[in-house]
Design a protein around this ligand. Structure first.
Ligand code: ATP
Length: 417
């Protein structure tokens, strides 16, 4: 697909700080493209350069093959929706949406028609005559989106547009945004630090850190095949294992020795490493199965004995921290597809087995020890009872083990113009 929008070697420096550092980023026509990263990584600066509010120090920005780097914001066919909504408080919803069209001096009948279309799309017809102060957060955000879209931009920039909303409303609005996107079909560039939001609405995600792009991919690529320890730890949660390849088994699998573990691990050798190479693995918590009984032998499966150190019940799943060696805890999640049916639930202090498929140990291209700080830590309240997890049932012969299918699948300014 053509690069509809492109950052080409873009750098922006504030004093000594490189807020955006040599970024080259192609974005397809009509997609929702998210820029995701921790606070201060340079997301907003990138977006502001796209909107024309900041000028790059070096590099170019191209839109549909045209170099727009030096174009004024009001000339670019790009509009922005800000987190703060930036609605005019003295105007009604209808007047807010109509504002940009009036500036363009379009005939009143055309303006009315376009605004009516937008009001229908955002399902705000009943609120058209209200002022922003009379609206909920979601209604204000919908109005801000309609005000930007009514101008028919080629690209809509959304800068943390849902950050001010509560969790449920954020989830609903992100779905609505996807529906609006399907209806208007233009390119959305979405900036967020919320990985769930980015995963649920994006066609592609660029993960940023320290002004640089760490990885670009579909949500599944970013989650399932992270290139760096930063991406693995920032998107979702994971466990890191460091080792050395001791044997290449065949064209697909290899054996890895990990210090402190009693057994060598079988891993999918997607990086085609050879004997003696060191390797950093990322294994997501939901890739593990946890069971009281040792799972049946399987040459492509790893099994390690472990001890349950901590448990957090989270409704749809439970998070376990289990020790697999001295001072080494790994995080394991188990979906509750049969929680109430379990005869013997796993509890604190249990000796268990964790097992995972060789293909689920993902080899990282880049590892930095400090990324371990991004991992979820076990809580301090070791020893508290998990709701409903009292071990009251006798030890039955059909002692419950982790179900084979019990794994999660991984899962300021007003608009210009
Ligand atoms: P957040 O999620 O917190 O909004 P961000 O990823 O959007 O963060 P930016 O706002 O792009 O990050 O800022 C990147 C870095 O550049 C930060 O260290 C910030 O302090 C700095 N910065 C941004 N704008 C300016 C400016 N106008 N002058 C000086 N420093 C700036």
């Amino acid at each position: 697909m053509e690069d509809f929008l492109k950052f080409d070697g873009v750098t922006k420096q504030f004093g000594h700080l490189k807020a955006v550092d040599d970024v080259t980023l192609p974005i397809n026509r009509g997609e929702i493209f998210s820029i995701l990263g921790p606070s201060g990584c340079g997301k907003t600066t990138l977006l502001r350069m796209l909107a024309g509010f900041e000028a790059p120090d070096t590099g170019r920005i191209l839109l549909a093959g045209e170099d727009i780097t030096d174009q004024a914001p009001n000339v670019r066919k790009i509009n922005t929706v800000f987190q703060t909504y930036a609605l005019f408080p003295h105007m009604t919803v209808r007047e807010n949406i109509a504002f940009g069209l009036k500036l363009r001096k379009l005939p009143k009948a055309t303006i009315d028609q376009e605004v009516d279309k937008m009001l229908a799309m955002i399902q705000m017809e009943a609120h058209a005559d209200k002022k922003p102060a009379q609206l909920s957060g979601g209604q204000k955000q919908r109005t801000a989106i309609a005000r930007a879209l009514v101008l028919k931009p080629s690209v809509l920039l959304l800068d943390e547009p849902l950050a001010a909303l509560d969790l449920k409303l954020r989830q609903r609005m992100s779905l609505e945004l996807s529906l609006i996107h399907d209806e208007v079909g233009i390119t959305f560039v979405y900036v967020t630090h919320d990985q769930n939001e980015a995963m649920s609405i994006s066609d592609h995600i660029a993960v940023m850190q320290n002004g640089k792009i760490e990885q670009v991919g579909t949500p599944a690529e970013i989650y399932e095949a992270p290139k760096s320890s930063f991406v693995a730890a920032f998107i979702g949660d994971t466990n890191f294992f460091d080792g050395t390849i001791t044997r290449v088994l065949d064209s697909e699998y290899c054996e890895v020795e990990v210090p402190d573990l009693s057994k060598k691990l079988i891993c999918f050798n997607d990086k085609k490493l050879v004997q003696g190479d060191s390797v950093h693995l990322s294994i997501r918590p939901e890739k593990f199965s946890i069971s009281l009984d040792r799972p049946a032998e399987n040459p492509r499966q790893n099994v390690l004995p472990a001890k349950v150190e901590d448990i957090v019940y989270q409704g749809d799943h439970t998070r376990y921290w289990v020790s697999i060696a001295e001072d080494w805890r790994v995080a394991v999640t188990r979906q509750h597809n049969r929680f109430l049916l379990d005869q013997r639930r796993i509890t604190w202090g249990d000796q268990v087995f964790i097992s995972w498929q060789a293909d689920d140990s993902f080899m990282l291209e880049q590892y930095r020890e400090k990324d371990e700080d991004l991992l979820q830590m076990p809580p301090q309240n070791v020893g508290e009872e998990v709701p409903g997890a009292a071990v009251t049932a006798p030890e039955p012969s059909d002692t419950s083990v982790a179900p084979a299918d019990g794994q999660a699948t991984g899962q300021e300014e007003a608009s210009q113009q």
